[in-house]
Structure formats: structure tokens, C-alpha cells
Design a protein around this ligand. Structure first.
Ligand code: FUB
Length: 446
């Protein structure tokens, strides 16, 4: 049911889709701390917005001026709805602080409530980060900010949750991990802040709480520095306010030194997804991050299966689109590498470099639709002539095209006849026939 509907949408929507598809989900700007919600039958993602700092004070730190919201119907094509809240337009926020860290959004009674942290401009409101609310009639705004932050809350990373009985809760961190009940207006605390009980001891910082409910159990999830960088971990409890019992790791710490991770977990069309972030477009500076998503699965006892981060991510790719093979599902052990297309402009993305016999790349879940394509198109760079084999279903799958690439000294887009009859959803495999070296940007079919 889920695969079928995503499959249909993948080719219908590619013409209007405006943004990148695999991991990271968005290119051309940084997008951190993604909170994904399902509103009006679509996924809406509310990330924070890292920028390279225009002010010296924050040149080595987080610099976050505003929020965009992104939506997708098919998990492949993402629409950027633009800026929804800006530090310069919230009455209580210090407009030069660049402190708009991880946000959240929930729906109640026809309104969308967007929660965001920021430093206040007026010291009378308090020092450090406060949490404000902006309200809209639609998930993409326009959002009208409240005049003042929520009283009684100091901290960052708000997460909100409305239980089946209608009671709303807010979670945040700041000198510990806290929860409080919210009043019906979702703008004021209805109880004193309470420290979350049952969290694991030891390690380093815990932050970024995200709570969701499944089968009557409450999952309290958060990033935690167990050793070196933030792992995503979870606890389970019988009440939204805890106590919770630690259950384990959802995603391991980043091995490459990116210090933060920040996530949300959402069910969409019968599949659960983990949204998180990594510094894909900024490998040398881990405060410029990009949001990603991968599928998340549960065991029969309700525990969460560990998620391995992938580049392929989620969603089906229409065969008519530029298929970015460098966001691969599998890569040969020898002779295959992924590199930036332009190391001075990383938003241009990546290329796959295949060197020597037996080098290949596989990209899963490509939707060929019901009409067999007549030709393949491929953007490549090869100084000497090579031949590529294109197959569906892996190295031993059906050969659908052989692409003879002449030697050349610049990137070219080549056409090659499709001799096989690919239809429906396929895993695409591209490998070198014989020896040689080739760089591939993308391929598509028409
Ligand atoms: O994005 C700024 C901060 O980094 C977030 O608020 C934390 O959760 C961490 O991701």
C-alpha cells in the first residue's frame, strides 16, 4: 500500500518538485535539527537554519537567523515554503543573536503552533535561551509570533506532544531535561517544570528531547554524548511525564567528529522514519548541518531497531529524473569512490568515480513506470574511452543498456539506447565493463 502510493507519486510529482531528494534532503542551504510532522496528508519538516556566520563572535559556533519549513508528499520531492519565522520579526527576540535553535510544530483545533528557542532582547525577560510560540492557520504559515516567550521555561530544543486525552506537554532542555503540562491555549505552562526521571547516567550532554507515542507506550528519545559525539538514544515509559526506562541506541555517534545529531521520529503512510542531521555539505565545520531521513523499524516487543545512516535515504526516484548514483544503496568494495563535484562549492553535490574492472554502484528504488524507456542519458567525465553496463536488479540482473563513452576532456551528457525492458520499481546497477576510469554525475531515462 505504502510502496504503491509512493511509486505513483514519484513520477507524477517530479515536474513540480523543487529540491534534492536523497540524503541530505535539501541542497543550497543548511538545514539542522529537523522536526518532521504529518499535517494535511503531507510530511512537513521544521528544521533550524545554520548559516556561515556574518559576525566574528559566532564564526566558530552555531549561527541561526530564521526558520524555513519544507514539505513533501512522496518523500522525494521537497518544497521549500520559505522563511516562516525570522529573528528580526519576533518582538521579544534579540534580533542580532542568531540563536534560533531546534524548533517544533504541533496542530490543535485548526491552528499550527510553532515552538522555537532564542535569546531575548530585553534582559528583564531573562538571560539565555527562552522558548517562544508563533501561530498559523496553515502548516506553512504565515506564522504570527507571540509578543513574549513562554513564562517559566528557560532552555532550548522544545518538543511538544498532545496525548489522546487532549493534554498537551512541552519538553525542553537547559541545565537538565524537563517536561511540563501546557494549558489548553498551548501558550502557558499548566504545571511546574519537572526533571525527566529514568535517564541513563554517565557520558556527556543530553539535549534535543523528542517524545512520541506508539501502542500506548511513550518513547522519550534524545541525543546523548555517550563517548565522543551525540548518539540518538531512547527510553520508554507508561506516561508522557515518565518515569522512563533506558532502552538503547537508535543511531550511533558520528565517527567523523560531527559533534551534534538531532532528530524526530514520525509515521507516514504505514512506515516510520527517523529524521536527523549530519554535516554533509560542510565536512570541515560541524556547525553547518544538513537534514537527512532513513526508515526506522520496531521489534515485536516495541523496542527500536538501530538505524544505520544511509545516503540513499527514503523515497522512490522517478527514472525520468536525474538519478544521483552517488547517493548509492551499495558500492563495490574496490574501485568505487564518492567525491564532491566541486570542492569549492559543495552544494553542487557529488560524483561517483569508478576505477578498474569490477567497480560498480547500485541505487535502489527507481520507478520506471509502465512505459519502457527508449534511451538512457548519463553525465560523465572520462579521459579515455570506457564502456558502462547498466542493469536492473544488481550485478547479475538484466542488462538494459551498454553505454560506450568516448574519451573527452570535459563533462558531457551522453545518450545510449535502452535495449532491455525495465518497468516498475527497479534497483539500478551501473558498472565498468573491463578496465578504465569514469566519473558519473547522474543518469536518467526517457
Ligand atoms: O542546532 C543548535 C543545537 O545543536 C540544537 O539546539 C541542539 O539540539 C544541537 O543539534
Amino acid at each position: 500500500m505504502r510502496k504503491k502510493s509512493l511509486l505513483l507519486l514519484s513520477c507524477l510529482l517530479w515536474i513540480v518538485g523543487s529540491l534534492h531528494a536523497q540524503n541530505p534532503l535539501v541542497t543550497g542551504q543548511f538545514t539542522a535539527d529537523p522536526t518532521a510532522r504529518v499535517f494535511e496528508g503531507k510530511i512537513y519538516v521544521y528544521p533550524s537554519h545554520d548559516i556561515p556566520s556574518p559576525i566574528e563572535k559566532l564564526s566558530e559556533w552555531f549561527c541561526m537567523p530564521d526558520y524555513h519549513v519544507f514539505s513533501s508528499e512522496n518523500l522525494t520531492d521537497w518544497t521549500d515554503h520559505g522563511v516562516i519565522v525570522d529573528q528580526a520579526k519576533v518582538p521579544w527576540v534579540d534580533a542580532s543573536s542568531y540563536t534560533m535553535w531546534a524548533p517544533d510544530c504541533i496542530y490543535k483545533d485548526g491552528k499550527y503552533y510553532f515552538y522555537f528557542p532564542a535569546a531575548a532582547g530585553d534582559p528583564a525577560l531573562g538571560r539565555g535561551s527562552m522558548i517562544g510560540v508563533a501561530i498559523a492557520d496553515k502548516p506553512y504559515g504565515p506564522f504570527i509570533p507571540q509578543a513574549e516567550p513562554i513564562k517559566g521555561v528557560r532552555g532550548i530544543d522544545p518538543c511538544t506532544f498532545i496525548d489522546k486525552d487532549g493534554q498537551a506537554y512541552i519538553y525542553w532542555c537547559g541545565g537538565g531535561m524537563f517536561v511540563a503540562k501546557l494549558k489548553d491555549n498551548l501558550l502557558e505552562l499548566a504545571s511546574e517544570p519537572k526533571r525527566i526521571e529514568g535517564l541513563p547516567a554517565g557520558g556527556g550532554l543530553k539535549e534535543g528531547p523528542f517524545l512520541f507515542e506508539r501502542n500506548g507506550k511513550y518513547y522519550y528519545t534524545f541525543p546523548w554524548v555517550i563517548e565522543n559525539t551525540e548518539a540518538l538514544v531512547y527510553c520508554i515509559g507508561d506516561s508522557p511525564m515518565g518515569p522512563f526506562e533506558y532502552k538503547g541506541i537508535i543511531m550511533d555517534e558520528w565517527a567523523d567528529g560531527c559533534w551534534t545529531n538531532h532528530h524526530s521520529i514520525v509515521e507516514f503512510k504505514d512506515q516510520w522514519y527517523l529524521f536527523y542531521h549530519h554535516n554533509d555539505f560542510s565536512p570541515e565545520f560541524d556547525k553547518n548541518r544538513s537534514m537527512r531521513a532513513d526508515s526506522l523499524n520496531f521489534n515485536a516487543d516495541g523496542t527500536i531497531q538501530k538505524v544505520t545512516p544511509t545516503l540513499r535515504g527514503i523515497g522512490v526516484t522517478c527514472a525520468k529524473k536525474e538519478i544521483q548514483l552517488d547517493r548509492y544503496s551499495h558500492l563495490s568494495e574496490k574501485g568505487a569512490e564518492i567525491k564532491y563535484l566541486d570542492r569549492f562549492d559543495k552544494f553542487k553535490g557529488w560524483k561517483t568515480v569508478l576505477t578498474g574492472e569490477g567497480a560498480w554502484v547500485q541505487y535502489n528504488s527507481v520507478d520506471f513506470g509502465q512505459q519502457t524507456p527508449a534511451k538512457a542519458k548519463i553525465r560523465v567525465f572520462a579521459e579515455r574511452g570506457v564502456t558502462l553496463e547498466v542493469r536492473t536488479g544488481g550485478a547479475n540482473g538484466a542488462l538494459i543498456s551498454e553505454v560506450n563513452v568516448p574519451g573527452h576532456f570535459d563533462w558531457i551528457v551522453l545518450d545510449a539506447p535502452v535495449t532491455g525492458k525495465p518497468k516498475g520499481m527497479q534497483n539500478l546497477w551501473v558498472g565498468l565493463k573491463g578496465n578504465g576510469k569514469i566519473e558519473i554525475d547522474w543518469m536518467s531515462f526517457e
